[in-house]
Design a protein around this ligand. Sequence first.
Ligand code: HEM
Length: 344
Amino acid sequence: SLDDFFHDETFFGDYTFKNSPRAIKRFPFPFPEDDYMYSVNMEPHVPGRPGSVFEHTFDVDEHYVAEMRDRARVLRDDPLRCQSLPHMTLAGWDLLELIMESFARDYPQWFSLTKNGNQWHWINRPLNIDQKFTFLDESTLPCGPMEYITRQAQGDFTLQDQRNDNLWIEAGMVTTQADWSLDFDIGMSFHEWHAPVPKAHEMGVFDRALKFLLQLQHGAPVRRFNWTMTVDPLLDTSPENYPKWGPGKTTLTKENIGQRQHLRVELQTLFRLPRSNAIAFPIRCYLCSFEDLVTQPKWARRLHRVVRDLPDELATYKGFIRNRPLMVDYLSQFDDGAPTSPGW
Ligand code: HEM
């Protein structure tokens, strides 16, 4: 029912965001081992265990309505968070089709899509939207197709054109990002937009990842995890707003760290799109406070070891080198030294 959603939670200011016990249990803990290093960690994006974040192509969870409100707020303040170069409109339609079909198939209680040729009828009950439009005719929607559908889907989205054996980030909706800017990156190629990442270039990670992606087939999406750390459950950790959220990192203490420090996990998926041959890259962000994470003893042990042993370059890049001693101190209380087993 529509009561499945939190309606009033916030991801800034008074931070009323919280995870229900069910959301904590299904949190996508990203570490299969006690240590972490970059790798080409991609696997087929096939349906996972019922109840897990992989059950469906796109995960719609209890934060849906509130996250969409947060996106609208960020866009009001900064419209450049959503950009699409003119040649990317067709990829936007591909993405709209992918999301509408997936949502209507996987969550028929909330979404429906009816097609009569190119005359489509979309109903989004949680957001109270009822839209008739002509597929591939932009004039029949209130905004471009990518903007239209990504205002109704959790997570950030970028669209990459493929040409000259490279991928070019040329459209996106980016309001829940881990400290990078679409406005800065738009038009860049795969290695260019990854330039700030330490170690991975030398390890050949980006060469191999790009080679793999250039061959990605329609109907065979893949997924990977990325992760970082965020103080307070803030979705919009953008460089543009760094002056608003960066200083908060200096106010973490032994007393408040459990509540305020969050592990930020991105479930990233990659889809070849059928008409444009572009690649869609949804980046779905999940936040979980340390206090909630340590309710699962195996996560607590492992997180302690990962954070403690992470190379300095990665802790610096991810923005938590300063707070690492506090984090390790807090987490060590929950690590009894027991061996852990591989996997989640
Ligand atoms: C980081 C975009 C695919 C691995 C990043 C960043 C961006 C980005 C914008 C942040 C860079 C910065 O600091 O400014 C994308 C896009 C992709 C894509 C648009 C879609 C084609 C991949 C793939 C891999 C990968 C397939 C597989 C290995 C990484 C890694 C980082 C990163 C390891 C550093 C993350 C961290 O430590 O927090 N990516 N990426 N990316 N990306 Fe990608």
